[in-house]
Unconditional design. Structure first.
Length: 143
């Protein structure tokens, strides 16, 4: 499933360059109306590929320079907007030659921007599109 024209705002807490692709960890939150408190959700191992990977080194540097929380060595993180991503859960062949589905879906970011440089209206609803005629060529990380 390909999703684009997103307005997903997250705080990236880790960005690791793997050579041919990048890997993200980030946090998102939502406000609980009844209590007024925020509930956080943590996400790991999102792959960054294609044109999103071309600007990935700037995100890695921004996180390195983001500073840390007082009394901790944990980075504060950097706010980004994920504009396009895909979700997939495809078969793969295990060591014994059996075709099986991965235990977790694979999330891949295809387009993103820093919150500060995005003039996008945050109230625009998301759109879902059918897959492209030809999927982008990328090398997937080892499972």
């Amino acid at each position: 499933m390909w999703i684009k024209d997103q307005t997903i705002r997250v705080i990236v807490t880790s960005a690791v360059d793997k050579g041919k692709y990048g890997e993200l960890r980030f946090v998102d939150s939502r406000k609980v109306k009844a209590t007024g408190l925020y509930v956080k959700s943590y996400f790991s191992f999102w792959t960054v590929a294609g044109t999103a990977y071309q600007t990935f080194p700037t995100l890695v540097r921004a996180i390195e320079n983001s500073g840390t929380f007082e009394g901790s060595d944990r980075k504060k993180g950097v706010q980004i907007i994920i504009k396009a991503f895909s979700i997939g859960q495809e078969k793969y062949t295990d060591k014994e030659g059996n075709e099986i589905f991965s235990k977790q879906p694979r999330f891949t970011v295809w387009d993103w921007d820093f919150v500060e440089s995005s003039n996008k209206d945050m109230d625009t609803p998301s759109t879902v599109e059918t897959p492209f005629d030809k999927e982008p060529e990328i090398e997937w990380p080892e499972e």
